[in-house]
Ligand binder design. Structure first.
Ligand code: UD1
Ligand code: MG
Length: 459
């Protein structure tokens, strides 16, 4: 493999985004446009990656830097050729440079591999595309023999050239041995007074360097983002592609147009996902998992056979086999549920582990708790884990039954097999196998009358 350098041009202002955030930091599928391009670039294992960023764009390196990228500032945006020129001191003398755009996020790695193979460090290779509506793009000019002779920009093109439907996507692979020389020859005597990178095509032809073209498998791979309208459209394309990949793997989606994947979703066999679910970060759903409508799962692993009922929110958690979660469950970071655990409606669990076959079916808060197996947590039970300054642990051992509306004032331990009477406030550790309750004795007051409404006298 010849040495590969990658340059990502990202100095554009993105005025049409109407935002103070630089364009390449706007998110698509939960990650910035530039992160998508960087992931693709890294997958090609280049020698180095240079990112050209613009005036006022310091937030771009501040947000994205991984310590390995070469950041090059282009103070004034004088064109794509000028942008690439800024990176010349960092580029190798041999091998090739692949030019990508920071606002073209969805180019597939295979498409770029083909382009790189076509360049083979000797030829100039362009990624081109036939469009029915080529307006605005640079056009690929070919000789009568079909050889590429130049790229002409829309604003500089003649009427005949504007009829050409083959366009320049902007992505190209350039042999480094010529790049330095060609960039130094660029002039800005054109309609936009810019240094066009595309002018190197005519230079290559003049120098007898072969110009090759390859095409992406899908037109969306080369779509760029200039506005929120285009961002929203590309987001839908991305989500649609992700959904179809899942369907092809055998995942059942109630509606492939109503799922959002903002990260990576790995599914086992016979997984079913109902409408309007959002998956963020790394999510793993094992065999036969069912996710109910309107659920949000972020960085979670869900073992086989578990059912997530609708409107559940699960984040940074591990859920065991054959559990039943929700509807309306909230599972927060640091939660680990063993198999066959039931977490029902309006139950919040945070930083807690719950062993096999335990249940908290209604209206509870379980925070900083270690719960054994076969435990039943009655409706309305609260672990009072916070005294206003510090957090404390609640331990509930195996086979415990906690009556409804119990407050467990942590730190506290409920020993194995204990029963807590409903409505108790438990402030001290409770013994195993016994019934403990802290309720006041029930009394009925003789002669008590309900107050009656006072009659108001009119003035
Ligand atoms: C460019 C191509 C055109 C192609 C089109 C595809 C040139 C001269 N023209 O045109 O043939 O059809 O892309 O979308 O290359 N950038 C900088 N610094 C600059 C100028 C641009 O970093 O001084 C970056 C932008 O942030 C963007 C990319 O380069 O990521 C392309 O710039 P843009 O202005 O969109 O190029 P076009 O005029 O659309
Ligand atoms: Mg432009």
């Amino acid at each position: 493999m010849p040495t590969l350098n990658i340059v990502i041009l990202a100095a554009g202002l993105g005025k049409r985004m109407h935002s103070t955030l630089p364009k390449v930091l706007h998110p698509l599928a939960g990650r910035s446009l530039l992160s998508h391009v960087l992931d693709t670039a890294r997958a090609l294992a280049p020698e180095k990656i240079c990112v050209v960023y613009g005036h006022g764009g310091e937030i771009v390196p501040q947000t994205i830097d991984d310590g390995k990228l070469v950041w090059v500032k282009q103070e004034l945006q004088l064109g794509t050729g000028h942008a690439l020129m800024q990176t010349l001191p960092h580029l190798d003398k041999s091998g090739m440079t692949l030019v990508l755009f920071g606002d073209v996020p969805l180019t597939r790695v295979e498409t770029l591999r083909e382009l790189i193979a076509a360049a083979a460090a000797k030829y100039l290779a362009l990624l081109t595309l036939e469009l029915d509506e080529p307006h605005g793009y640079g056009r690929i000019v070919r000789s009568s023999e079909g050889e590429i002779t130049a790229i002409v920009e829309q604003k500089d093109a003649s009427e005949t050239q504007r009829q050409i439907r083959e366009i320049n996507t902007g992505i190209m692979a350039v042999p480094n041995q010529y790049l330095h020389d060609w960039l130094h020859q660029l002039k800005n005597n054109n309609a936009q007074k810019e240094y066009y990178l595309t002018d190197i095509v005519a230079m290559a032809v003049k120098d007898g360097v072969k110009v090759e073209a390859t095409q992406p498998g899908n037109a969306w791979e080369t779509l760029g983002i200039n506005s929120k309208v285009q961002l929203a459209a590309l987001e839908r394309i991305y989500q649609n592609e992700s959904a179809h990949r899942l369907l092809e793997q055998g995942v059942t989606l109630a509606d492939p147009s109503r799922i959002d994947i903002r990260g990576q979703l790995a599914c086992g066999s016979d997984v079913t996902i109902d409408v309007n679910c959002i998956f963020e970060g790394l999510v793993q759903l094992d065999d036969n998992v069912k996710v109910g409508a309107h659920s949000i799962l972020k960085n979670v692993k869900i073992a086989a056979g578990t059912v997530i009922a609708p409107f559940s929110l699960i984040e940074d958690a591990e859920i065991g086999k054959n559990c039943r979660i929700g509807p309306y469950a909230r599972i927060r970071p640091g939660t680990r549920l063993a198999s066959e655990v039931h977490i029902g409606n309006f139950v919040e669990v945070k930083n807690s582990s719950i062993a096999a076959s335990s249940k908290a079916n209604h209206l509870s808060y379980i925070g900083d708790a270690v719960i054994g197996k076969n435990v039943n947590i009655g409706a309305g039970t609260i672990t009072c884990n916070y005294d206003g300054a510090n957090k404390y642990q609640t331990i509930i051992e195996d086979d415990v039954f906690i009556g409804s509306d119990t407050q467990l004032i942590a730190p506290v331990k409920v020993a194995k097999g204990a029963t807590i009477g409903a409505g108790s406030t438990i402030t001290r550790d409770t013994p195993p196998e016994k019934l403990t309750l802290s309720r006041a004795k029930q009394i009925s007051i003789a002669g008590w009358k309900r107050p009656i409404k006072k009659v108001k006298y009119e003035k």
